[in-house]
Design a protein around this ligand. Structure first.
Ligand code: PHE
Length: 452
């Protein structure tokens, strides 16, 4: 594909909604609210915003610069900017995206199963029921695989339609729907009796809980939540036009992602506190605790009693699928351009291969639970290797690449759209990406590995 034929997002709104779709995902719903509640409420939220500002946004701008400059898949974009040696970082980034696609699709499939089950009225029972439902479902030899294939099929059909007609159009429908669903549930949740206790839990500042670990968790979460280091941001930026302002786009995405994270907390905590249940994080929050919370909190309320669970799982499915699309696109663009095949063929290859790997991950909760590598099931292994190792390494090397190796004129040209827009905050950006971001990422990484 020549440069002039290369696909582009058609509108500014499309750029924002597609990129925000990648960032807004399960991390916003099942990780951020709990971290905020446990780590000092409003004090944590302020630290988190600060981390998004000084770490997340600069890293995102760097990936934007590489992607848009390269006008190609992530591996080639690194190569174009830095030569063969740096293409290794691009390849690692694509590989990270590819591997995450496989297991993220498994969880996205779970969201669909729960949407289906809540529509069928199955999300009703005592607390033990929800635990056994989740265990029975995730250990089932067929159902998780079936939903994995369904979600991958949907993703394939969107991706194969192309950037503007597929990804952009889907984001323009999915993202506004997600916001509306979120707002409905937030209002319903905040109107419950004793809701204020939940709101207080999340936003009450508790400075005594702030320590260096809290800073590190906030940094890690900011990084993950903005989908940095997996090629998603870089690949999407390769579809941006030369008029797209990279720094302000990154800032807008950071703001949208943070607002969704805070709203997710205002959806979860008031409902949980109104029925006296303490929320947790991760899969057990959204697949065990919350169905129970919603059932208890809303069961006596006409209409809401029936619709709140389906609305919540529809929201979760949308959040997951927009992130999955961005992950899938990383490898699709890579295969299409590196193997010189059509987008449709590339998308098909990615869907088939990631589904095949995903099946092993899906079954690692049941029939393959005995298969472990380094003491981890396949699902956990993928999660660990991609999230704890590849992600920080790619993020670190990307900052070093941009900060220390790429001529600053190239960076400035992309940053300021070749002088047609202002280069405001350029020096601050460069300082952060050169010194602050690599330092912080290195500290998080070494801490995760237990070295410091
Ligand atoms: N940023 C997403 C979230 O907050 C996570 C994600 C992971 C997105 C992988 C894309 C790819 O959940």
């Amino acid at each position: 594909m020549t440069q002039s034929e290369r696909a582009n997002f058609g509108t500014k709104l499309g750029v924002i909604l597609a990129t925000a779709g990648s960032a807004v995902g399960l991390g916003n719903v099942w990780r951020f609210p709990y971290m905020a509640g446990e780590n000092g409420g409003a004090a944590f939220i302020i630290i988190y915003f600060f981390c998004v500002l000084v770490l997340g946004i600069p890293c995102m701008i760097s990936e934007f610069i590489i992607g848009r400059h390269g006008q190609s898949n992530t591996a080639r974009a690194y190569r174009k900017m830095g030569g063969k040696a740096w293409s290794v970082v691009g390849i690692m980034s694509v590989l990270t995206g590819f591997l995450i696609t496989s297991y993220y699709a498994v969880v996205a499939g779970w969201c669909l199963q729960y949407l289906w089950a809540s529509l069928a009225g199955d999300m009703q029972g005592d607390p033990a029921y929800f635990t056994s439902y989740f265990t029975a479902f995730t250990q089932h030899p067929v159902k998780p695989v079936f939903w994995l294939i369904v979600i991958m099929g949907i993703t394939y059909f969107i991706i194969k339609k192309g950037v503007e007609k597929g990804i952009e159009r889907a984001s323009k429908i999915f993202m506004p729907t997600l916001f509306i669903l979120l707002l409905i549930i937030v209002v319903a949740s905040c109107l419950l009796p004793h809701a204020s206790e939940g709101i207080r839990f999340m936003i009450q500042p508790d400075l005594s809980k702030i320590n260096s670990d809290v800073f590190l968790s906030a940094l890690g979460q900011a990084f993950y939540s903005l989908s940095i280091g997996m090629g998603c941001v870089c690949t999407y930026a390769s579809y941006y036009s030369k008029q797209t302002r990279l720094a302000s786009t990154a800032t807008e995405i950071g703001i949208i992602d943070s607002i969704v994270a805070v709203l997710a907390g205002l959806m979860i905590f008031p409902a949980a506190f109104s029925v006296g249940l303490s929320p947790d994080s991760g899969p057990s929050l959204v697949f065990i605790t919350l169905p129970n919370v919603f059932q208890q909190a809303f069961s006596g309320i006409p209409i809401l009693g029936y619709v709140i669970s389906p609305l919540f799982y529809a929201l979760l499915s949308l959040a997951a699928i927009t992130s999955l699309i961005s992950l899938h696109e990383v490898s699709t663009a890579f295969f299409a351009e590196e193997l010189s095949i059509t987008r449709k063929k590339a998308a098909f290859i990615v869907s088939i291969t990631t589904s095949a790997i995903g099946i092993f991950c899906a079954l690692s909760f049941g029939v393959l639970s005995d298969v472990t590598i380094a003491g981890m099931t396949l699902f956990n292994l993928f999660d660990y290797v991609t999230g704890q190792i590849f992600l920080p390494v790619v993020g670190f090397l990307t900052c070093v690449f941009i900060g220390w190796f790429v001529p600053h004129q190239i960076i400035r040209d992309e940053y300021a759209n070749f002088g047609s827009t202002s280069a405001g905050f350029f020096h601050a950006y460069l300082f952060l990406v050169k010194y602050f971001c690599p330092f912080c990422i290195a500290v998080i990484f070494l801490r995760q590995l237990g070295v410091i």
